[in-house]
Structure formats: C-alpha cells, structure tokens
Design a protein around this ligand. Sequence first.
Ligand SMILES: Cc1ncc(COP(=O)(O)O)c(C=O)c1O
Length: 430
Amino acid sequence: MIVYKSNLAFAKQMDEQDSLSNFRSKFYIPIQKNGEPHIYLCGNSLGLQPKTTADHIKQELTDWKNYGVEGHFKAQNPWMPYHEFLTEKMAKVVGAKPEEVVVMNTLSVNLHLMMVSFYRPTAKRFKILIEEHAFPSDKYAVASQIKFHGYQPEEALLELKARQGEETLRKEDIKKYIEENGDEIALIMLGNTNYYTGQFFDMKSITAWGHKAGCMVGFDCAHGAGNVPLNLHESACDFAVWCNYKYLNAGPGALGGVFVHQRHHTQNTQNTQNTQNNMPRFEGWWGHKKETRFKMRDDFEPISTVEAWQLSNPTIFSMAAIWASLKIFDEAGLENCRTKSKELTGYLLFLVESLDNEKVKVITPKNEADRGSQLSIQVINADKNLYHKITEAGVIADWREPDVIRVAPTALYNTFVEVFKFYEILKRII
Ligand SMILES: Cc1ncc(COP(=O)(O)O)c(C=O)c1O
C-alpha cells in the first residue's frame, strides 16, 4: 500500500516511478494563455486528442480522394468491413467476446435500440429500474420507452435511492430492492459508473439478482468504458451501451459501443419473423448477413452476432478516431491503466481529505473497488464562482449543480504532480 504524502517532492517521485508516464506525450494537452498546459481533469467528459488521430482520419480522406466509392474495397483500410478493425480491441477494453461488441450510432440511440429488444413489458411486469441521479438522457430514454408501450413513467419508472443522509447506494439495499420489487420489473438499467457520484456498481451481482427475479439487466457504461474493467461477458448482463468520447478519447460526438451477450445472438437468427419467442429488434441492411447483403433481397437474414443490431454502414471518420485511441489502450493495457488510476485517484482523495474542511465532502465511494477515476467533490454552499476560480487557475474540470466539482485524473495523460497542483489550487481558493 502506498503511503501518500502531501508534498510536491512525493508527487514528482510517483511520476518518476510511473510506468505509463510516456503515454502523456501521445496526447495534445490544451495550453493556457500563459503558455503552460492546463491541468486537464475532464477525461470523464471529453477525453484529450491522441496525436495519432489526425493521421488516422487523414488516411481515410486521402483514400476517399483517390478512390471515391471504390474505397469501400480499395482503401488501405477498406470501408466495407471498417467497423471490424475496432472490434477486437474494443472487446478487450470492455471485457467481452469480439462477437458481443460492435461500434455503431451514439449512446442514446443505442440505448433505445437495446430497449426495443430488452424492454418487453407485460401487464404484470412493465417497470424499469434506474438509479437516482441517472444521467438525464437515460431518464428521458427510459421514460419515453415506457410511454411508447402505453404505460406511465410515474408508475413504471422506479429509482434506487441512497439512504437518508447518504449519497451512494449500498449493495445490500440494491439486492433487497430487487428481491422485493423484481416481479414487476421488466428491465434494470443502471449507469455504470454513475456520472454524478462516480459510484461503480458491481454488475455481476446486480445482474444475478435481476435475472433471479426474472428481469432483463443492462448498463450504460458511458463513464465506465476505458475507466474501469467492466468484464461485460462475465457479468452476464443482457446488454450494455457506452460512448467513446470520454475515457476512450475518440473525439466529440464519437460513435458509441454496444454489447449484447452471446446468449441472445441466436434467438432471432433462425427465424426472421419477430414472434413472441423471438426477441424484437429494429433492423437495417448492415445487420444483414455479409455474404448476401448486396443481393438486395427482400428477406432479412441477420448476422449471427451483435452485428445484427447494426442499421447503417459504418461512419468511417469517427471510427478512424476510435481506432487511433484503441491502439493506445492496447499498448498501455487496461489493467495497467486501472492500477495507475487507483493510485492517482487515491492520491487525490488523500489530499482532499487532508484539507480537513467540513464544507468539503467527497461523495464518491471511498472504497477503490466502488469507483473509477472520478471524484465528485461537494463544496457545501459553494456557488459556481468556485468553479470559475479553479478554471482561472488553469484547471479544466466540471461543475454539477448545485455544488459539486467533478474531477477525473486519467491514467493515460494525467500526472501525480497535476493532482498535487490541483489540490493546492483548491486549498487556496477554498
Ligand atoms: C451517463 C451518460 N449517458 C448518456 C449520455 C448521452 O450520450 P450521447 O449524447 O452520446 O447519446 C451521456 C453523455 O455524456 C452520459 O454521460
């Protein structure tokens, strides 16, 4: 166990020992007006640009220029199967089998597509369980699905709430809630890691409790992918969705990722009619078997993997950026990132707690297994001026009303010295 110290020399020593320290130079760090790099602690919102991204996108622009439509086959990385180039590396990042992972659309769209398949309400079982402080888009998505099926969100949308005076959910309370209410719940859909508190849920246990009660279980891993090992296959959840612009550094609005557990792949590959026994799915030509897709037949013959859920042909420029980023993750190794992330965030937690200020409260779980890189720091009664002052001092973090600063030192490009400097700025301003 590391014995943290609240001084610059210690932070420098940690950076010297950091086996991932050379990865920082692979990213563009935004520069302040004074020429110094920002202390960028916002990888939970938008990850930084890898220096290799431009070349990856440029390659596709060049091939488009030189080949036009023939680039689908003749490009250095042919566009026809382009999404497949990402699959193996992405599967590693989220802990899944390659046939369970595909990059397509964006997160909210994918969440809807997943609910088309996995939210199948009946008169007795029509509710969806989410967590309190779920990301608004998730809440809008589940509420609109509930209404689409003719139910009322007031009745059908359930929220897991923390105990009075607590910010995060206790594992035993989640279990009890599912045991007591599971027979009315069609779908459990939690944000993992939660965007507001930074709490990382134990997906394997929640999935097991949900399945025992007869519920489908899915996760929004926007704040988990590239941050914590998700082990999606082993968790046995039915589906997961995530975005690639946060910890996965693939640029603003980058395409998202989808996981559908292997056991669901064969359900509608035999029979193209979506009967009660066959899971419904919205379909498009890119989900059609590759060998016969261009025969342009009227009947839909689905691919026997998660790719069956694809609708459209791949968005090459965004995928090029995702590919650039995944190569860096592959080189660094997710486990190594997680080890460093625990140390960095552990150091931040140690420093914030050493402020010993009753107004400053970390609402993210203290136990490192229950969080990722992000710490949500509540500064009681503070207003957004606090955030503005931190920004003026060179930090890029983000603010969540009414009084929470979210900071996420990430393993690939943040340093212990930056964490220490952030602490000094916070201390001075508070
Ligand atoms: C937890 C979570 N869910 C959903 C979304 C929405 O993502 P998108 O705009 O890619 O649909 C976000 C975006 O930040 C998010 O953080």
